[in-house]
Design a protein around this ligand. Structure first.
Ligand SMILES: Cc1cc2nc3c(=O)[nH]c(=O)nc-3n(C[C@H](O)[C@H](O)[C@H](O)COP(=O)(O)OP(=O)(O)OC[C@H]3O[C@@H](n4cnc5c(N)ncnc54)[C@H](O)[C@@H]3O)c2cc1C
Length: 434
């Protein structure tokens, strides 16, 4: 049996145990650029800054860099996407996509792929425009980008949590770590958000940025499974649906629609479609309704006609046999029970019950108040306000010499490689200008 996502991540994290790993290293006393956080954004920022001949310290609290890269895509790393231009930008929403335009156009997915392949990791396209390493090993991507940063000349200091970033009156910064201080002319904050805190992302960067004059858009979990309080549904755990999901806000206005696989779990709904809508649920602090079209390829009239026809041609069979074949049998049985037609024959199905059943299949409504939270979220929505950061350089508009990039910023994308793409593209710009 395939391991649950939680077990799989735990196994991957154990392989990259942050407390184990490489020896801790003291930071150098003085550098040109201190990069805080060796995730996707920080690794590329450090490589690019070092590649320009800057003396770079890459300060990482864990004794292993890039734990999120390691566990990404179920250990396979969905590095990026084949989408480009306007279609790529739209994935981040209108305003944030526009803000990201320069980063994405100067380092589009094709450039990220070219870089990673040049580092010896062949890539391939898979379903839904996703790019993965051919080896299917996130570790290969991680090893390559870490090696790249080090070969470019960045000094990787592991086990060196940064506790304070202070600006000196003479210009420049003192970056205080648990292993000593590091003076730097520029600082790149690449500390990630709050999602999956066991990887090291515990929101430290928000405090560092606040001390240097930045605000914060309330961080909420995104790309997390949804909690649904419907025992009849969660009893179907393990069932996979090809449903179209529409999330309605507290005022019942449609917020987002997704048609991608949905997995019923013992806590609610997981898989790409529910995870993609979870950030909206959290932004609204719950009170949302999830409407599921369980048979998106079958119009309601056709479904109704099918049941009418069934009553004529095979009236003695149970109603569930005439529901769309693509619905798993356990779900068909449960839907009939929900519609109050369990154990009913097609011939005995009255018009009002038939309508109820069609409505359930085409528009099952579930109340959703929350996701499973930051512990299970793949990304953080919210963060450092984009208006406070120069979109062409990632420079802070509040503090000269400070740069911010990656998930720390108020930008996030859906499942599909969009979050790494944004992290690498913004990290690169920070490294080119810090
Ligand atoms: C389970 C899971 C699967 C995912 N799969 C994918 C995927 O397949 N494709 C995709 O595009 N995205 C995926 N994501 C999202 C993606 O991993 C993140 O958006 C991306 O890694 C963000 O990169 P980052 O460098 O900004 O932040 P992070 O990767 O979070 O890196 C931040 C780093 O900063 C360090 N740090 C934090 N505070 C301090 C401090 N005080 N001092 C020193 N260091 C500090 C942390 O330890 C960490 O190493 C996934 C996320 C998760 C959790």
């Amino acid at each position: 049996m395939a391991p649950t996502p939680e077990r799989r991540d735990a196994a991957l994290l154990a392989a990259g145990d942050p407390a184990a790993g490489d020896p801790a290293a003291d930071p150098p006393a003085v550098v040109d650029v201190a990069v805080v956080g060796a995730g996707a954004a920080g690794l590329l920022a450090a490589a690019c800054a070092a590649g320009r001949g800057r003396r770079v310290a890459l300060l990482e609290k864990n004794r292993r860099p890039g734990l999120k890269v390691l566990i990404s895509g179920g250990g396979r790393c969905n590095l990026t996407t084949t989408l480009a231009g306007a279609r790529l930008e739209q994935q981040y929403g209108t305003e944030r996509g526009r803000w990201l335009r320069h980063a994405l156009r100067s380092f589009p997915p094709a450039a990220l792929c070219a870089l990673v392949e040049s580092l010896g990791v062949p890539l391939q396209e898979e379903d839904l425009d996703k790019i993965f390493p051919v080896s299917g090993r996130a570790q290969d991507v991680l090893d390559a980008v870490v090696r790249h940063a080090v070969e470019q000349g960045a000094q990787l200091c592991l086990g060196a949590p940064v506790v304070q970033v202070a600006r000196e009156s003479t210009g420049g910064f003192v970056v205080q770590t648990a292993r000593g201080a590091c003076r730097a002319a520029s600082v790149v904050l690449a500390t990630g958000g709050l999602s999956y805190p066991k990887t090291g992302a515990t929101g430290d960067g928000y405090g560092f940025a606040a001390a240097l004059g930045h605000g914060l858009v309330e961080p909420v979990p995104a790309l997390a499974p949804l909690r649904v309080d419907a025992p009849w549904l969660t009893a179907l755990q393990g069932v996979v649906l090809d449903a179209e999901l529409t999330l309605l806000g507290p005022d019942r206005r449609p917020l987002v629609t997704r048609r991608r696989p949905t997995l019923i779990t013992h806590k609610g709904l997981s898989g790409p479609a529910p995870m993609d809508v979870s950030g909206h649920v959290e932004e609204h602090h719950g009170g949302c309704t999830l409407r599921l079209d369980l048979a998106p390829d079958c119009p309601p009239e056709a479904l109704d006609a099918e049941l009418v026809d069934g009553a004529r041609s095979e009236g003695r069979r149970l109603v569930q046999h005439r529901l769309p074949r693509e619905l798993p049998e356990r779900l068909r049985v449960a839907l009939c029970a929900q519609a109050g037609v369990a154990e009913l024959t097609l011939a005995a199905l009255r018009k009002d019950a038939r309508r109820r059943l069609v409505e359930l299949v085409k528009g099952l409504e579930l109340r959703v108040d929350a996701s499973l939270g930051f512990g299970a979220a793949e990304v953080t929505r919210g963060g450092i306000p984009l208006a406070e950061v120069d979109a062409r350089t990632m420079a802070s508009k509040r503090t000269p010499g400070l740069f911010l990039c990656g998930e720390l910023l108020d930008v996030d994308g859906p499942i599909g490689g969009f979050n790494f793409q944004a992290a690498f593209a913004t990290g690169r710009l920070a490294g080119l200008h810090a």
